[in-house]
Design a protein around this ligand. Structure first.
Ligand code: UD1
Length: 425
């Protein structure tokens, strides 16, 4: 088992190039199941969630040819299976997109229950509500989800909660359905990216990125096109917050600055700096202790929950007392216990955590409890005095491409080393 060994207190300086978005990639890959043809996808992040998805697609009969580390072609003309194995789907959350995609293609699907980061209860009732609105019958039991339909017919879908996953999943299910589906829900950048991908392949989806998405069903998606995955907003935000936490100066390349506005706004409020340099490039720097700020995580365009732990590291050494209210996931403060081992003063209860800023953190062995917590602990190691060891790297490798290389290029002293025995997860 590997660990990251970080020797801190390094102000990060230099350029970092952002990879394609994990959460778009893990929806676009299953979306290829709706195509009866061959497509090319590039700017795919080289992360373990992408690799697992490719393995699942191969199990289902897709032919995958890698052109480079970040580009592949997928031939989905001969999909022979509509049953995704539990041991594969349980490895990550986004396996739920197989339901919408295979239901759309085969009208009949069985998928093992999705896994993923343990952030509290992660129901998929809204996904099911959407499939049922289009005419499917859905059964959940024995660790599996089965969905069937004689035919899928477009409908108006009203979801009770703002859900990125349910919006995308219903969109996948509706692309080949008869008639028009209207979804009034989330408007996050990854949803827009999946809609753009599907439209490039022959779908008719309008309004993604606004409150109302209208999907006119088409008979077939032709493929025969190349699509480039949108840059990862959360990876970019991770490096923005790392720049502030380390009192550094980082130029973030290949990012969509519009998607980063909720983070930029908080960085400016803290007294640090962010400047759009044009050409998908953003410079973030900080030359003094940041001011306290309060954060409430919200659906896009609010402050993203997936950057809450990284912001928590910034606030752990800010001036004064800050409060974070986590409104999306019920167990997203597990990382605060690890930060407290490093000398932070954080009190977390329920959906609220209070961060009393301390002068500095000190290195310690810490355990990534989930993907974004892992990224936060790396940043904590970079700003701490002395040596930090970060364990449970499997969480981090699910979603960040070459993370230690990218931090090393910014001046961090960070090494991946193998260790025989690491603490059980
Ligand atoms: C996606 C992201 C995840 C991010 C989250 C919120 C992927 C693979 N993951 O997760 O990184 O943290 O958006 O931005 O894209 N809910 C229900 N019933 C449902 C669906 C969701 O109650 O059927 C609740 C969830 O428990 C949560 C909230 O709705 O409290 C938002 O969840 P959702 O937007 O669906 O998250 P995911 O799409 O799973």
């Amino acid at each position: 088992m590997d660990k990251l060994v970080i020797t801190g207190k390094t102000p990060l300086k230099g350029d970092v190039i952002i990879s394609g978005a994990k959460n778009a990639a893990v929806a676009i890959l299953p979306a290829t199941l709706l195509i009866d043809g061959v497509c090319t996808i590039d700017n795919l992040p080289n992360i373990s969630d992408v690799k697992i998805f490719c393995d699942i697609l191969k199990e289902l009969g897709a032919k995958i040819t890698w052109i480079s580390e970040n580009e592949l072609t997928i031939d989905t003309r001969n999909i022979s299976e509509n049953n995704a194995p539990l041991d594969m789907t349980s490895k990550f959350r986004a396996s739920y997109y197989l339901i919408g995609a295979l239901l759309g293609r085969c009208k009949n699907v069985t998928v093992g229950m999705p896994g993923g980061c343990k952030l509290g209860a992660r129901p998929i009732d809204q996904h099911i509500k959407g499939f049922e609105a289009l005419g499917a019958k859905v059964d959940v039991g024995q660790g599996k989800i089965t969905a069937k339909a004689d035919k899928l017919v477009g409908n108006s879908v009203y979801l009770d909660i703002v859900s990125v996953g349910a919006t995308i999943n219903v969109m996948l299910c509706a692309v080949l359905a008869e008639g028009t589906t209207i979804i009034d829900n989330a408007k996050e950048p990854n949803i827009v990216d999946v809609a753009n991908f599907l439209n490039t392949m022959g779908a008719d989806i309008r309004g993604a990125g606004t409150d109302v998405i209208k999907i006119n069903g088409v008979k077939k998606l032709h493929g025969n096109a190349t699509y480039s995955v949108v840059p990862d907003q959360i990876e970019a935000g991770t490096f923005m917050l790392a720049a502030v936490a380390s009192r550094g100066d980082v130029t973030i390349k290949n990012c969509i600055t519009k998607h980063l506005e909720p983070i930029t706004a908080k960085i400016l409020e803290m007294g640090a700096y962010a400047e759009d340099l044009g050409g998908d490039t953003l410079r973030v720097w900080c030359d003094k202790t940041p001011n306290k700020v309060n954060i409430k995580t919200l659906p896009y365009p609010g402050f993203p929950t997936d950057l809450q732990p990284q912001m928590g590291v910034v606030l752990s050494t800010a001036n004064g007392t800050s409060i974070i209210n986590e409104s999306i996931w019920e167990s997203r403060f597990q990382y605060t216990e690890e930060l407290n081992k490093m000398g932070a003063k954080i009190t977390a209860q329920g959906k609220t955590a209070i961060f009393e800023g301390v002068e500095s953190l000190s290195g310690a062995p810490v355990y990534a409890t989930d993907l974004r917590a892992g990224a936060a602990l790396i940043i904590a190691g970079i700003i701490a005095d002395g040596k930090t060891e970060v364990y449970n790297l499997n969480h981090i490798d699910r979603g960040y491409e070459n993370i230690e290389e990218k931090f090393r290029k910014l001046g961090a002293n960070i090494q991946r080393v193998s260790e025989e025995v690491a603490k059980d997860e």
